[in-house]
Design a protein around this ligand. Structure first.
Ligand code: NDP
Ligand SMILES: CCCCCCCCCCCCCCCC(=O)OCC(=O)COP(=O)(O)O
Length: 325
């Protein structure tokens, strides 16, 4: 009678015999080696792509934009920081210029102040951006505004304002910078969308609409400009712990002024900025940076829309009693 322990050691001996007497072990080591080498090459390529690249970041004064500024700066990018608040941009520039954390050569950022909701200033802002370092390698359309309200109570002025900041502004800036990218046959346009660019949740009509439009526009752009070697990346995050809900526009046009629990419990903007850096470095075309439930909700919307609509209606009923019906 052979004991279980003996059977186990006999089996182990046979496996070792098999591995050493055949080519399996060298093959295994070979595969791991090749995989590690490929990963290392990808990492070096990613670093080289960002180092010394001219990277424009809109909405650099707060939240994800500010963290993107920090991680791209530390990676050696030449930054053009954009925002509405000149003082906040200046403070960020000084903070970055004084930081010692980068392991590569860094460059003093340049800043350009303008309001994305003012169509009249975009062309001038793009010219100023181009004057900073002579060209643009990566444009990160990050600036955006949140929204809270019912469709019925929201004036179309508010709908337009959200669309202007989240959609028309980034589209106009992209169009103003594209000719110089196309001339150089080099450039990368990034759109920070949202998981709400894929699914619409109640009381976010204007925001979800602006992000769906963003996804659609930049998907078209990617297809049209592939032949000119222009890269397009759409990034769709879930909740991030920033000022987005605090600064959200409400149905009346007033500021919402509350940091929602969902936002407060969202991912750290530092981590999301690192994911943005990796997505850009790897030239990803489309990235969802959300947890399991929102990611599943995207599939549910596509595969079982009726069920998704029922879930959203239940969510709306739970959140707010209807005043109008
Ligand atoms: N936080 C979240 O849960 C999520 C955020 N996102 C997206 O991430 C992006 C960044 O937002 P986040 O960092 O979270 O929010 P913040 O409110 O912290 O930052 C928004 C930035 O956009 C700028 N901005 C707002 N309006 C304008 C305007 N009219 N012209 C120019 N700049 C403007 C703000 O500048 P100022 O300081 O002058 O107001 C600020 O720098 C947005 O596109 C948002 O939709 C996507 C998914 C989830
Ligand atoms: C097969 C099982 C499927 C289970 C599906 C569950 C459905 C759950 C719905 C989840 C909805 C998540 C919404 C996420 C919204 C989000 O992350 O938005 C990001 C933002 O842009 C936040 O902006 P806001 O202004 O809304 O704070």
């Amino acid at each position: 009678m052979v004991s279980a322990a003996t059977r186990k050691s006999l089996l182990q001996a046979r496996v070792m015999d098999f591995l050493t007497s055949t080519a399996v072990l060298p093959l295994l080591f070979g595969c791991v080696g090749v995989f590690s080498l490929l990963k290392l090459l990808q990492w070096l390529r990613m670093k080289a792509y960002i180092r010394d690249a001219v990277v424009v970041i809109t909405g650099a004064t707060s939240g994800l934009g500010r963290e993107c500024a920090r991680v791209f700066y530390a990676a050696g990018a030449k930054l053009v920081l954009c925002g509405r608040n000149a003082k906040a941009l200046e403070e960020l520039t000084e903070e970055l210029a004084a930081s010692q954390a980068a392991k590569v050569q860094t460059h003093r950022p340049c800043s350009v102040t303008f309001d994305l909701s003012d169509p009249g200033c975009i062309v001038g802002a793009a010219a100023e951006i181009l004057r900073c370092f002579g060209h643009v390698d990566v444009l990160i359309n990050n600036a955006g505004v949140g929204y809270r309200g019912t469709v019925i109570d929201t004036s179309t002025d508010v709908d337009r304002r959200v669309m202007e900041i989240n959609y028309f502004g980034p589209v106009a800036l992209t169009k103003a910078l594209l000719p110089s990218m196309v001339r150089r046959r080099q450039g990368h346009v990034v759109a920070i969308s949202s998981i709400q660019g894929r699914i619409s949740i109640p009381f976010r009509s204007a925001y979800a609409a602006s992000k769906h439009a963003t996804q659609a526009f930049f998907d078209c752009l990617r297809a049209e400009l592939e032949q000119c070697d222009i890269e397009v990346t759409v990034i769709s995050p879930g909740y991030i712990h920033t000022n987005l809900s605090l600064n959200a526009i409400t149905a009346s046009g007033a500021r919402y002024g509350v940091t929602d629990k969902t936002t407060a419990e969202g991912r750290s903007p530092v981590e999301v900025a690192q994911d943005v850096l990796a997505a850009v470095g790897k030239r990803k075309k489309d990235v969802v940076l959300a947890g399991l439930a929102p990611s599943l909700a995207v599939y549910l919307r596509a595969l079982a829309p009726s069920l998704f609509f029922r879930l959203m209606a239940a969510r709306a009923r739970k959140e707010q009693k209807p005043k109008h019906c």
